[in-house]
Design a binder for this molecule. Structure first.
Ligand code: B3K
Ligand code: ZN
Length: 874
């Protein structure tokens, strides 16, 4: 497969002004008629051939301006259709046949539980009809859907319903018109036996919008939270960005088989059922929050993505980075801002840092790709959001809002680039953002080596920051970035933030310094007492910051830092230092000794913390095995697991009574609501229970069983069940697990949790369990949620067993990848990821992982899997 290059961009030779579609639905023989109103693009010369993309389409008829074409007038190959000579303006009519029920890739038009639905981003529309399948071709659409009255009573499309009626043979039709010009990746169609819940929203401009959520009948009781989230998101976007919805109807449809979380199709969002359905008995707090975030994200795309879209797919982060930033701010506003930031940063520093350090590292705006589907990554989404966040912090909220208004106004209805966005921010703020643009072109995580010195005689604090970005594939040399470092100087005597003066100017007690050079020393004057610096507050830049903190410094910051995020981070750093020693001890076969400073720090947290419960819960959680691994030069999975377990158990032994008290004080059993205070209380209680179960404390075990049996809500039930099943004695959880599986056999989203709990069990017999569960009737390789819950969870969240020294874990994963490569290349390519990180492990594991990658590479591969595997072996 050949790569596509960003610098090869050219405007399309022809554009579509209006698209008329007719779908005559049938599982294996759907007919799609298209009437495309085309004209030459004003920026391109005349006489160019017309090139339309099309894959897996069987052409049945073709006519230009009403004249049927001869087979000699056009060429069809596996990429599409080319007509050598066309007029300046013309109408092209085609009719093709496609087979939705055979579409296992879930791109284009497919069936999920008998429901017809579409996924067109990025390049799925070419599997529906011949079309200029690129985001810079924007047209109005008018679509007629013909289906079976019985099996497809509901026929949905983008825009407004304008006509419907009965046809012969039990068929019926509906016609929809979308007045907003859009690229074809935002096209959507849904047909099937669905039921709706309806609500209303009045926009700030007075438009009455009907809101509909379409689900299978048995899920009607799981829609309340998504609907409430949608209304909150609509109100938030008006208040925060002045953005109003622009149609009379907004629809969300839940389908079971979906490659990602959801899709922002104009007026007709299609969602993975896991990202929309909730019920206290079936969904955890985390699932509720995820639904809220994704509903908001897709809604926000209506402006940042749909009204203003991407010129080409290299600009993907233009819409995704900005929209993730918007949804993060929304969630922070309605839940707890510090906790949201802690959770986002913890995830980012684990998963995005790993991606940026691996063989598939790429800039936020890549220069080339083989398969765009592989670029819906943490870098494009999350690092893209971090960069927008930095922009926001650099120019300040007011200028940022002026910049965003300018962007939406200037580019409404257009397909634009990342420069267009940043230029608006520069124009609105008057800032020079040229160096800042390097964030978009340079891959890899920048590292800052920092050190500081207090000069008692002159009352000065000298802080030196040096930046370097490691080489990444294709980018051996890196340039200095503009890195905003938010910080404070915490006085060691007073325990308070000192006022900072830099170059004669006051920075206040909490301020931002800018590192734009390779190295710079900042001299703070009038520093009355020796400080401990609190650096990179709130994770002000997506970098790794190294500072030679002593354990005493960290315990001090954990107690005194005024920034909640950095208090949490000080605790993480303190735990990491202790873990480092224990990892070394484990490797060297010497006795492990627990650092009492960590115990004392935790004791203080448990007994005197004034943090809110949600933040406290985060502070009591140890860094994950994956994050610990990120810090090690060479990953020793067994030593990491053993060290972390040792810390958990030592803390539990030393602080057993304190954990018990926390548990007992936080188990009010009020009616479940996904509200911040309740969620905080549940997570604090459940962290405490985890520690008690780490030593299988008798009272803890009794509480755990009680919590499971009480069956109050899924957050508590799932947590208790996980602890029972993951305990050293398998018998402890066996009966609960069995009953849970029987009770929920009818609910696929709960069965996903049942799979995940079992395959993340740390005990060594788990691989056999994974294989056994893959034969379970509730499992199917054709459903992405099942694959993620079972195989994905095993490979990513059961590190000791996935990396077993006999290579069984690697073999299992590659077996699945090879099979899935034929069914669903997008999911298969994502699943390979853990194997691509082989450089991080010892020689034995490296060889085993590489052998599996070679084995995959020897297969006939989809471009998706090929691209990932080839990069991993390069
Ligand atoms: N824009 C969609 C992405 C779907 C692409 C799948 N290949 C989801 C989102 O970011 O909102
Ligand atoms: Zn998105």
């Amino acid at each position: 497969p050949q790569p596509v290059y960003r610098f090869d961009y050219q405007a399309p030779a022809y554009r579509v002004t209006h698209t008329e579609l007719t779908f005559d639905l049938a599982p294996t023989a759907t007919r799609v008629k298209a009437r495309l109103h085309l004209e030459r693009h004003p920026d391109r010369e005349g006489g160019l051939p017309l090139e339309l993309q099309g894959e897996r389409l069987e052409l049945k008829a073709i006519a230009l301006d009403g004249q049927a074409l001869d087979s000699g007038d056009y060429v069809i190959d596996d990429k599409g259709l080319t007509i050598a000579r066309v007029p300046e303006r013309f109408v092209l009519e085609t009719e093709v046949e496609i087979a939705p029920s055979e579409n296992t890739a879930l791109e284009g038009l497919y069936q999920s539980n008998g429901i017809y639905c579409t996924q067109c981003e990025a390049q799925g529309f070419r599997r529906i009809t011949f079309y200029p399948d690129r985001p810079d071709v924007m047209a109005t659409f008018s679509t007629t859907i013909i289906g079976d009255q019985q099996s497809e009573p509901v026929l949905l499309c983008n825009g407004n319903p304008v006509d419907k009626g009965s046809l012969e043979d039990g068929r019926h039709f509906a016609t929809w018109e979308d007045p907003h010009p859009k690229p074809c990746y935002l096209f959507a169609l849904v047909a099937g036996d669905l039921k709706k819940v309806e609500d209303h929203f009045t926009t700030m401009g007075g438009r009455e919008v009907t809101l509909q959520l379409w689900v299978e009948e048995e899920n009607l009781d799981k829609t309340e939270h998504a609907m409430a989230s949608l209304k909150r998101a609509m109100a938030w976007d008006e208040q925060t960005y002045g953005r109003e919805y622009d149609l009379d109807l907004f629809m969300i449809v839940a389908v079971n088989d979906f490659n990602m979380g959801a899709m922002e199709n104009k007026g007709l969002n299609i969602f993975n059922s896991a990202a929309v359905l909730t019920h206290p008995k079936t969904a955890t707090d985390i699932a509720y929050q995820r639904v809220e975030g994704i509903v908001a994200h897709e809604y926000f795309h209506n402006w940042s993505g749909n009204r203003v879209t991407c010129r080409d797919w290299f600009q993907l982060s233009l819409k995704e980075g900005f929209t993730v930033f918007r949804d993060q701010c929304f969630s922070a506003d309605i839940t707890s801002a510090p906790v949201k930031r802690i959770q986002d940063a913890a995830f980012f520093r684990t998963a995005q840092f790993a991606e940026d350090a691996g063989p598939t590292a790429h800039p936020i705006r890549p220069d080339h790709y083989i398969e765009i589907t592989n670029f819906y990554t943490l870098t494009i989404y999350e690092k893209g959001a971090e960069v927008v966040r930095m922009l926001h912090n650099l120019v300040g909220w007011e200028a940022f809002r002026r910049g965003s208004d300018l962007y939406f106004e200037r580019f409404d209805g257009q397909a634009v680039t990342i420069e267009d966005f940043v230029d608006c921010m520069a124009e609105a703020s008057g800032e020079d953002l040229s160096q800042f643009m390097r964030w978009y072109s340079q891959a890899g995580t920048p590292e800052i080596d920092a050190h500081g010195e207090y000069d008692y005689t002159h009352s000065e604090y000298h802080l030196t920051l040096r930046q370097r970005t490691p080489a990444t594939p294709g980018q051996p040399e890196k340039q200095a970035l503009h890195i905003p470092v938010r910080m404070g100087l915490v006085g060691t005597k007073s325990g308070r933030d000192l006022t900072m003066t830099l170059d004669g100017e006051s920075l206040g007690k909490d301020g931002v310094i800018h590192l734009c050079e390779d190295e710079r020393t900042f001299v703070f004057t009038d520093v009355a007492e020796a400080p401990v610096p609190s650096l990179l507050r709130s994770f002000s830049a997506p970098v790794k910051l190294h500072f030679p903190y002593s354990r005493e410094d960290l315990a001090f910051l954990l107690a005194h830092d005024s920034d909640g995020f950095n208090r949490w981070d000080a605790g993480q750093r303190l735990a990491l230092l202790a873990l480092d020693d224990l990892i070394a001890a484990h490797r060297n076969g010497v006795e492990k000794v627990m650092d009492t400073r960590v115990i004392e720090a935790f004791r203080t947290l448990l007994t005197t913390s004034t943090d809110d419960k949600a933040v406290l819960a985060e502070m009591l959680m140890l860094p994950s095995e994956a994050y610990i691994a990120e810090q090690q030069p060479l990953v020793d999975v067994d030593a990491i697991h053993a060290a972390r377990e040792f810390v958990r158990q030592s803390l539990a032994v030393a602080l057993r009574d304190e954990f018990l008290a926390v548990y007992e004080n936080n188990r009010s059993q009020v009616a479940y609501a996904p509200e911040p205070e309740q969620i905080a209380e549940r997570s604090l209680k459940n962290v405490a229970l985890s520690y008690l179960m780490a030593i299988e404390d008798e009272q803890g075990l009794a509480y755990c069983r009680e919590q499971y049996e009480a069956d109050h809500n899924m957050t508590d039930v799932r947590h208790a069940l996980t602890l029972l099943v993951h305990s050293s004695d398998e018998a402890l959880g066996a009966s609960a697990l069995k009953r849970f599986g029987e009770k929920w056999a009818h609910d696929p989203l709960v069965m996903d949790q049942w799979f995940t709990i079992q395959v993340t069990r740390p005990q060594a017999d788990v691989i056999e369990r994974v294989k056994y569960l893959m034969q379970h009737p509730a499992f199917s390789l054709r459903n992405p949620n099942r694959v993620r819950a079972l195989v994905g969870a095993f490979a990513s969240h059961n590190r000791v067993n996935f990396h077993r020294l006999d290579g069984e874990g690697y073999q299992l994963l590659s077996d699945v990848v090879i099979e899935l490569n034929r069914l669903n290349p997008e999911i298969a390519a994502g699943l390979v990821t853990p194997l691509t990180r082989w450089q991080r492990f010892d020689e034995t594991r490296q060889a085993l992982m590489r052998a599996q990658l070679e084995r995959i590479k020897a297969e006939p591969l989809s471009p998706n899997v090929y691209e990932v595997v080839a990069k991993a072996l390069a």
